[in-house]
Every structure is written in structure tokens, then in C-alpha cells.
Design a protein around this ligand. Structure first.
Ligand SMILES: *Cc1c(COP(=O)(O)O)cnc(C)c1O
Length: 244
């Protein structure tokens, strides 16, 4: 819990904030003529502990995102030992190294961050060895910022079909991160992700229903542009976060 907060007050904050966020997601969806029920709010719990995850679950959150394999596994294992929490979902949203794939295969419901063909190949082969199918999104660097990971859009056009055919892996959609603090650029990134998805669906003749985009500072724009999973961290857990 944040410094100086009591449990009741923090539970009330989490509950009120969740209502507010669901309302803002609903409004953004309606502006775009979309069904708000098509959008998942993933609570990014990477900066908080299991106690806060449990509190967030009490307030109605059922899907969490982590960016480190070890922490993902630690929290998912703790949740699975708790009868009440055993149904919550944990997704992997961060950079994934090949030597950590097995940890993630054991615990993540969806891997958002498949950022290269060698990584996809490694995930597929480990999943096959374990007899599981890894549900994945391809991370695309739509904005082209040097600091961001993910496929170049031109690259994913060439690679997606081969990846989608790998045994042990199921590609369900695309993920991106937009440039921070630039609404126009964020909108272009999210729209670009959607257009790329539409193009790949056409070309591959398969459905790629999931678009994972939108964070604390830009989730309403993401919803307007077609996001089906918003990944919200600070705005969910940090009372001091203010995006207005
Ligand atoms: C931390 C993180 C988020 C959440 O960011 P906030 O700005 O705190 O909402 C979303 N996606 C990824 C990949 C992250 O690492």
C-alpha cells in the first residue's frame, strides 16, 4: 500500500478508481460505436505486491499483467495456492528472454510480448516439448521509436504467417506501446496497429481478435482506436497518479 495508507482507505480507493476507469472505458467505446464488453482491463501489478493484488481482486479485478517472468511466476503461484484467487489470470507483458520461457509457459494466460521470430520459435519449441499451446500476441513497434522493442511493421508482414503456423503457439493478435505524452502520435500508433491487424487477417485468412494497447496515459485513445486489452498500472494502483 502507498506510504501512510490504511487498508480500508486503500480498498475504497481501488474500488472507486476501478468504477471510474470502467466508466471512462465505456464512454470511449461508445464514442467509437464499440461494445464496452469487448474490452478487458488488465491491471498491471508489476509495482505492487501480492497483498495489493489480493485487495484489487477483492475490488473486482480478475486479470493482472507482469513484466518480469520471476515475479509473474511468484504471484501466479501464490494466487493458485489461494482458493479464492485461483481463477485470476496473469499475463506476461514484458521483455522475455529465452531462458525464462518455461517459467512463463507455466503461468501466463497470454504472452503479449513476442517481439521477434527467434523468440517465437523458442516459445513454440518449448511449448511443444511440454505439450501445451502458448497463447501469444506479436509485439509491433508501430511508432518506430528506437527505444521500443517489437517487430517492425514491415517485418511482421513477412513473418506473421510463418509464426502463426508454428506448432505449440497460437497467435491471437497484436500488441504495441505508443510514444508517451503525445496524443496524436499515440492515436497514430493505435490506428496503425489496428490497420496492420486488419491487413494480416486478410492476408492470412485467420482471425486476430486481440489488440493489446493503451496504458495509464493513453487508454481512452486506444479504446477509440480498437484496443481490446488496456494495460493499466499506475492509474489502478497509485492514488498519486493523475492523468487529467
Ligand atoms: C508498466 C507497463 C504498463 C502499465 O503502464 P502504466 O503507465 O503504469 O499504466 C503497460 N504495459 C507494459 C508493457 C508495461 O511494462
Amino acid at each position: 500500500m502507498p506510504e501512510g495508507w490504511q487498508e480500508d482507505a486503500y480498498l475504497r480507493f481501488l474500488t472507486d478508481r476501478r468504477e471510474e476507469l470502467l466508466g471512462r472505458i465505456r464512454d470511449a467505446a461508445q464514442r467509437a460505436g464499440r461494445d464496452p464488453g469487448d474490452i478487458t482491463l488488465l491491471a498491471v501489478s508489476k509495482t505492487v505486491g501480492m497483498e495489493e493484488v489480493r485487495m484489487a481482486w477483492q475490488c473486482g479485478y480478475t486479470a493482472f499483467g507482469e513484466n518480469r517472468p520471476q515475479e509473474l511466476k511468484r504471484k501466479a503461484d501464490a494466487a493458485s495456492r489461494d482458493a479464492a484467487l485461483s481463477m485470476v489470470r496473469f499475463d506476461m507483458i514484458g521483455n522475455l528472454q529465452k531462458n525464462k520461457i518455461n517459467q512463463v509457459l507455466d503461468t501466463a494466460t497470454l504472452i503479449h510480448s513476442v517481439s521477434s521470430t527467434p523468440l517465437a520459435t523458442a516459445i513454440a519449441s518449448r511449448a511443444c516439448r511440454r505439450g501445451v499451446v502458448a497463447r501469444c500476441l506479436l509485439e509491433v513497434n508501430v511508432s518506430g521509436e528506437q527505444t521500443k522493442s517489437g517487430f517492425d511493421p514491415a517485418d511482421v508482414r513477412v513473418q506473421a504467417e510463418g509464426i502463426a503456423q508454428m506448432e505449440g503457439l497460437r497467435v491471437e493478435g497484436l500488441m504495441t506501446m505508443a510514444p508517451a505524452r503525445d496524443e496524436q502520435a499515440a492515436r497514430r500508433s493505435f490506428a496503425g496497429l489496428r490497420e496492420l491487424r486488419d491487413e494480416l487477417e486478410q492476408r492470412m485468412g485467420t482471425s486476430l481478435p486481440v489488440l493489446s494497447c493503451g496504458m495509464s496515459g493513453d487508454f481512452q485513445i486506444a479504446v477509440e482506436e480498437g484496443s481490446t486489452v488496456v494495460r493499466l498500472g499506475r492509474i489502478v494502483f497509485d492514488p498519486a497518479y493523475n492523468d487529467k
